[in-house]
Design a binder for this molecule. Sequence first.
Ligand code: UDP
Ligand code: MG
Length: 314
Amino acid sequence: MTKLYLAIPCYNEEEVLRDSASKLAKKFSEMMAAGKITADSKIVFIDDGSKDRTWEIITQLHGENPVFQGIKLSRNRGHQNALLCGLMTLKNKADAVISIDADLQDDINVFDEMVEKFEAGCDVVYGVRSKRETDTFFKRFTAEAFYKILEKLGAKVIFNHADYRLMSKRALEAFSHYKETNIFLRGMVPLIGYKSDIVTYERSERLAGESKYPLKKMLALAWEGITSLSIQPIRLITWLGLIIFLISLIMIIYSVIRFFIGATVSGWASTLCSIWALGGLQLLAIGIIGEYIGKIYLETKRRPRFIVETFLED
Ligand code: UDP
Ligand code: MG
């Protein structure tokens, strides 16, 4: 049997919290009755510095039913940090932790499947959305484009997976060695390795209240994802510089030919060729400096260089 913990970041969620809590408690008692999870499994809310009654409700829930626990952050630190706090605080308490949003847009009925896969030996089980029908066209389009771009930039992300996933104690322990402060969890978890699997579900609408991820935060998260997982954008500068410099060479050759044909406009070639040649060389130089900055950037993250999965000893 698995000792399961839930980590649920909450920011100004007074409208959905009670509703979500009772659905989760019901699901937990069913799973406990069916012998799938232990009786001391917990549902833990992480209050990300909410300005409404969220913490008050968490405190009440904790008083009413010991299955609920709460962690309060000193101020709003954003969804990713709140979730990280939950995972790191709970990593030694549970056999496995599932992270899920407070609005229960992600289907809680796949908990069973996640736990089954965990018991079958998976250290990470990703929740993957099968359809995006409940999203607006805009959100669907931007989100799917984002996953594609990240993939092109060389970051390994699971397509259509957000932050609904199960992680084993061992995976969380390994993850705790990723000390970087700019975090994009869904891009970092696949770096751990270990056996993983996916479960698919359909995402529904928010129970109540509004999205706490307006466009501005969404774009910030996307940018964080790209810049914290990839130094490819720097390489683009190098390539751009190289291409522009090559174009300038072609321009020089072209001008020389025109000179011999005798069809020159005086001053044109020397001005334009030098603009392009110098521009290209400057970009190239910035790109090369960028390459080193990129290396320094990756070094400063001090990511673990390896994680041992098994050691057959003695
Ligand atoms: N959230 C948080 N801190 C923030 C913003 C959001 O902890 O600064 C939580 C929020 O309470 C919810 C989860 O992050 O549990 C996802 O937010 P939301 O459902 O609003 O995002 P969406 O589903 O619209 O992408
Ligand atoms: Mg939501």
